[in-house]
Ligand binder design. Structure first.
Ligand SMILES: NC(=O)c1ccc[n+]([C@@H]2O[C@H](COP(=O)([O-])OP(=O)(O)OC[C@H]3O[C@@H](n4cnc5c(N)ncnc54)[C@H](O)[C@@H]3O)[C@@H](O)[C@H]2O)c1
Length: 264
C-alpha cells in the first residue's frame, strides 16, 4: 500500500512549477491536499486538474504575511482535521550581481524564501507535537549547499533553511517530527522568469540551464520517493548535483568549476 495514501499534505507554492506537479502526483496517490499560493483563481485551476478534486482544498496566502501564520495554520488544520506533511515549496530566485542589488531585494528574498517558511513551520509545530507526528518537507536548492554568481541573496536564504531545519530535526525528533530537505538542481519551471533583478523587478525571461533541466514530472517523482523514505536530505538534478560533494571535499575546485560554467 502507498505510504502516502490518505495523508493530509499541505503544499505551498502550488500554483506553478514543482508545487503544481506535486499536487497532480500526490492527488493520483489519493492524498488529501491543501494547496497554497497567492492567487486563488490559479489554485482553483490546479485543484480542478487534480485526479481527485474533492480531496483538494485551497488556502490562498502570501507567505510574507508572517503575522497571519497562526491563523493560516488553524484554517489548514480545520480543512481535513489535521495536517500530516507540510511541503514548504514557495520561493523566488534572483539574477543580479551583488554590486547591482538593492538591499531591499535581499530583504524580500529572505522574507519569502526563509522567514515565510520559518513562520508557517513554527506555527504548525504545536500541532505536530500534539499528534506526536509530523513531517516538514523543505524545498531548498543546490544553492542551499554551494553558491553561484547572480544569486547571492537566494543562496543566503536557501543556506539559512538548512541551519533552521537541521536544528528543528534535532529538537523535535523525540516528538515524532521528521524533516526532509530537498535540494533541486535545474528543473524546467518558470523560476528564472520570476527571479528578482537588482532593482526588485522580475527577470521575465527564462534561462537555458533551467529550461534544459529535469522535467517537473521526473523531479517530483524522485522527490516523492525521498518523502516516503523520510530522507534527511536529497539532491535531485543532473550533473550539477556533483557540486555538493566537490564543495565538501575540494572547495577551491568547485569555485573554479562554477565560474567556468558561467551559468547566469
Ligand atoms: N526550478 C528550479 O530549477 C529550482 C531549483 C532549485 C530550487 N528550486 C525551488 O523550488 C521551489 C519551487 O520553485 P519552481 O521552480 O516551481 O518555481 P515557480 O516560480 O514555478 O514556483 C514558485 C511558487 O512559489 C510561489 N510564491 C512565490 N512567492 C510567494 C509568496 N510571497 N507567497 C506565497 N507563494 C509564493 C509562486 O506563486 C509559485 O507557486 C522554490 O522554492 C525554488 O527556490 C527550484
Amino acid at each position: 500500500m502507498d505510504k502516502l495514501k490518505d495523508k493530509v499534505i499541505w503544499v505551498t507554492g502550488a500554483s506553478s512549477g514543482i508545487g503544481k506537479e506535486l499536487a497532480y502526483q500526490l492527488s493520483k496517490r489519493n492524498c488529501k491536499l491543501i494547496l497554497s499560493a497567492r492567487r486563488k483563481e490559479v489554485l482553483e485551476k490546479v485543484k480542478n486538474q487534480c485526479s481527485n478534486p474533492k480531496d483538494v482544498k485551497i488556502l490562498p496566502l502570501d507567505i510574507i504575511e508572517f503575522e497571519k501564520a497562526d491563523s493560516y495554520v488553524e484554517i489548514a488544520i480545520d480543512l481535513f482535521g489535521k495536517v500530516d506533511i507540510q511541503i514548504n515549496n514557495a520561493g523566488v530566485s534572483q539574477r543580479s550581481l551583488i554590486a547591482e542589488t538593492d538591499f531591499s531585494v535581499y530583504k524580500t528574498i529572505m522574507d519569502i524564501d526563509y522567514l515565510g517558511t520559518v513562520a508557517l513551520s513554527k506555527a504548525i509545530l504545536p500541532h505536530f507535537m500534539l499528534n506526536n507526528a509530523g513531517h516538514y518537507v523543505v524545498v531548498s536548492s543546490l544553492m542551499g549547499k554551494f553558491s553561484s554568481p547572480y544569486r547571492s541573496g537566494y543562496c543566503g536564504a536557501k543556506h539559512a533553511l538548512h541551519g533552521f531545519f537541521d536544528a528543528m530535526r534535532m529538537e523535535h525528533e523525540k516528538h515524532g517530527v521528521r524533516v526532509t530537505m530537498v535540494c533541486p538542481g535545474f528543473v524546467n519551471t518558470n523560476i528564472a522568469k520570476s527571479a528578482l533583478t537588482g532593482d526588485g523587478t522580475l527577470q521575465e525571461s527564462n534561462d537555458s540551464a533551467t529550461q534544459n533541466g529535469l522535467s517537473t514530472t521526473n523531479f517530483c517523482n524522485k522527490m516523492i520517493t525521498a518523502i516516503k523514505k523520510e530522507k534527511f536530505e536529497v539532491y535531485i538534478g543532473g550533473k550539477e548535483v556533483k557540486g555538493v560533494f566537490i564543495k565538501r571535499f575540494f572547495p577551491k575546485l568547485l569555485h573554479k568549476l562554477v565560474l567556468k560554467s558561467q551559468v547566469r
